[in-house]
Design a protein around this ligand. Structure first.
Ligand SMILES: Cc1cc2nc3c(=O)[nH]c(=O)nc-3n(C[C@H](O)[C@H](O)[C@H](O)COP(=O)(O)OP(=O)(O)OC[C@H]3O[C@@H](n4cnc5c(N)ncnc54)[C@H](O)[C@@H]3O)c2cc1C
Length: 472
């Protein structure tokens, strides 16, 4: 029995699973089937299977669904987890992402952005990055953008449900459809065959692996995966500020143990991403809400680590810069907000690491999102890279179909890999480099990076280039 699940937009913000065609009620999708497929059953065929329905997998489904050139293709997204009905809650979720300008442009094309804006998104007009070992800082603002924003802070649930709303009806979505294994062909002569936990098999011309950092698709492809653990955890939480302010600045302070970031959610709420050693993270997660709030305010405000020698050399350096680039080096330092309290029950911890698949493709298979690459959250790039993969892969597939090639054609996939690796590897190397540069309190390094940071801050064209890369 084939079960097909669509989504209906019954009312704003609520997703009601639909019973479609030969389908059963959504609540039984993915439950053990009464008659599991026998080994002699023919695999069901789809032109494209997207495995994994996180932010990136659903964005892929949405993007392929909007492609006119692929509108006659049978496409299914398989997600292992349950489909939970969702409505915008009053309280902010503790899982948020900074979505950059490129993602916003892409989402506008798909009609996703208007749902995000309608639900909840906080614009960021400025980013201020500074460190605890010196007074050096850098700021970025959104001069490049029409609306003056650097990014938007959006809860992951808001993004996910906004994407889902824009998925056309002809795209099939199955929840509780965990894939257990993939038979990946060596060449174009065979199709990919998937076996689901309920025993069904599916064959496809093109498998898109969007199944996250521990991707089974990637493991079954047998591609080399370079990875390391930062031995760090990212602590997330929702924070209430001491007073309501024009909260449109994203703050990040580098401590020797890792960066702590406050991302604005509303006038009086911010989201926390505090990356720190596993040991300190374990301790912080065990503190009472009051003690945690105190530790956080200390992490943002305490300047006992500032070295007096670095401070005096840095002050002299700022004067030199002022003579070299008058006006540009004058640092307009804003003060971060102070935190009144961490909202109860919103603290969570995530292990942080870096991972990169040496190849994103094999015949008939492509990896996207965290399945292909995983970065430290300090630059807020992870999911934005994933959405970039989606845009490029869609474009490459459309081109190959236009030229009469088969879906899964190696040339199209190769083009995708080439374009994305060029961009992703450069971004990941910068993020990892930044992490390493700031992961030390050694005096010479503190001095060098402080002088360097202030110099970059004074060079408007260089800062613009950094922003252009982060947004493109
Ligand atoms: C603390 C923290 C802060 C972050 N902040 C930012 C930020 O500000 N900006 C930014 O751009 N990024 C940020 N990121 C990164 C971002 O969260 C990830 O890049 C993004 O969520 C990855 O999405 P994905 O869809 O690729 O993978 P996932 O979210 O991991 O989704 C994978 C999906 O595949 C499904 N799946 C897995 N295996 C199977 C299977 N066998 N069968 C069926 N389904 C399966 C899973 O159920 C899941 O739904 C942050 C990450 C962390 C940890």
């Amino acid at each position: 029995m084939s079960l097909r699940l669509g989504l209906t937009r019954a009312s704003r913000g609520i997703y009601v699973p639909l019973l479609t065609q030969r389908g059963a009620p959504a609540s039984v999708v993915g439950l053990k089937r009464a008659q599991p497929a026998s080994s002699t059953t023919c695999p069901e065929y789809y032109d494209v299977v997207i495995s994994g329905g996180g932010l990136v997998g659903f964005a892929m489904a949405c993007s392929l669904g909007h492609s006119k050139r692929l509108s006659d293709r049978r496409i299914v997204l398989l997600e292992g987890a349950l489909n939970k009905p969702w409505q915008l809650p009053e309280a902010f979720s503790n899982r948020v992402c900074a979505l950059n300008a490129r993602t916003r442009t892409f989402f506008k094309k798909l009609g996703v952005w208007e749902h995000i804006e309608h639900l909840r998104a906080q614009p960021v007009h400025r980013m201020q990055v500074w460190e605890s070992c010196s007074e050096a800082m850098i700021t970025f603002d959104g001069h490049n953008q029409e609306d003056g924003t650097v990014a938007h802070i959006v809860e992951n649930d808001v993004t996910l449900h906004s994407i889902k709303r824009q998925i056309p009806q002809h795209i099939e979505v199955e929840y509780e459809a965990k894939v257990e294994s993939y038979q990946i062909p060596k060449d174009m002569a065979s199709k990919v065959v998937l076996t689901l936990a309920d025993g069904r098999t599916i064959s496809t011309d093109l498998l898109i692996g969007a199944d996250g950092a521990k991707s089974l698709v990637r493991r079954n492809m047998g591609v080399q995966y370079l990875s390391w653990d930062y031995d760090q955890m990212g602590i997330v939480a929702t924070l209430q500020l001491s007073e309501a302010v024009d909260n449109t600045v994203a703050w990040q302070r580098f401590l020797p143990t890792g960066p702590v970031a406050l991302l604005p959610l509303s006038d009086d709420h911010s989201s926390l991403v505090w990356s720190t050693t596993r040991e300190q993270a374990t301790h912080l997660l065990q503190l009472s809400d009051e003690d945690f709030t105190e530790a956080l305010n200390r992490a943002i405000w305490d300047d006992s680590e500032v070295d007096s020698r670095v401070k005096s050399i840095h002050t002299a350096w700022l004067k030199v810069l002022e003579t070299m680039v008058p006006g540009e080096s004058a640092e307009t330092r804003q003060l971060p907000p102070s935190i009144a309290r961490v909202l109860p029950g919103t603290r969570g911890g995530f292990p942080l690491g870096l991972g990169h698949a040496v190849h994103y493709i094999t015949p008939r298979v492509a990896l996207i999102g965290d399945a292909a690459h995983r970065v430290h959250p300090l630059a807020g790039q992870g999911v934005n890279l994933g959405f970039g993969d989606v845009a490029t892969l869609t474009h490459c597939l459309e081109n190959s179909v236009l030229l009469g090639a088969e879906l899964g054609d190696e040339q199209a996939l190769y083009q995708y890999e080439k374009e994305r690796q060029k961009y992703n590897v450069a971004t990941m190397a910068s993020v990892d480099g930044l992490y390493r540069l700031y992961n030390s309190a050694a005096l010479p390094l503190v001095l060098l990076r402080s002088l360097g940071l202030s110099a970059v801050n004074a060079m408007a064209p260089l800062k613009r280039q950094i922003m252009v890369h982060a947004e493109s």
